[in-house]
Design a protein around this ligand. Sequence first.
Ligand code: SAM
Length: 217
Amino acid sequence: MTAAALAATARRLFTDGPPAWRLLQIYRPYICPFDVIIDAVPQGARVLDIGCGGGLLLGLLAAAGRIGGGIGFDTSVPAVELARGMAGRSFPGRLDFEALAVQDSWPEGTFDVVTAIDVLHHVPPSAQAGVVAQAAAKVRPGGLLLVKDMVTRPWWRAAANHLHDLVLARQWIHTPEGGDIVAWAGAAGLVLERERIDNVLWYGHRLQVFRKGGVAC
Ligand SMILES: C[S@@+](CC[C@H](N)C(=O)[O-])C[C@H]1O[C@@H](n2cnc3c(N)ncnc32)[C@H](O)[C@@H]1O
């Protein structure tokens, strides 16, 4: 799956809604390695996507026939409306989206996979450990937590991402250290299975795949 192929799928999925929001979904695969994230999701998984934005990840996973179903939530009402429109047109009854913040009560149940893609750095540092613990609690025994965030080194890649969010989200972000995420997830009973860095243009991305012990997959 190339970035161009994922962008083409996004173009097919996001055919309605505010043009700027749609463009954001269509061009996001060129700056964020969605191919790597999709590859880390086991076939047939049921996924909870925290801070799902416009629903791009769940839409791409469903379009690839990768997941049985999914729920996404995000604090942004316009983003959730975009996601709901996409899901209603292309995957009726399979994907659900809710307007919620991480501070609210999360959707019921546990999931095969919980994903947090570029959301932790938008959460205040004092709340980040709690979000990882809550995400871990939503993973079924034997399931996975995927955390994709930005690198903190080298300084110029971190600076590029800060600038990106200052312009697009008008927010000064707080990118967590990879080691801190490992410690928070470990305290919640998850083990780091693998980690990788992908540099895309001037952005540096770190994907961490954690597994919850208990039952073999
Ligand atoms: C960089 S975007 C990533 C969106 C999506 N995960 C993706 O990769 O396309 C960060 C998202 O986190 C959401 N967000 C920020 N703070 C949040 C919070 N406290 N609770 C839930 N979502 C939040 C924003 O609204 C935004 O949609």
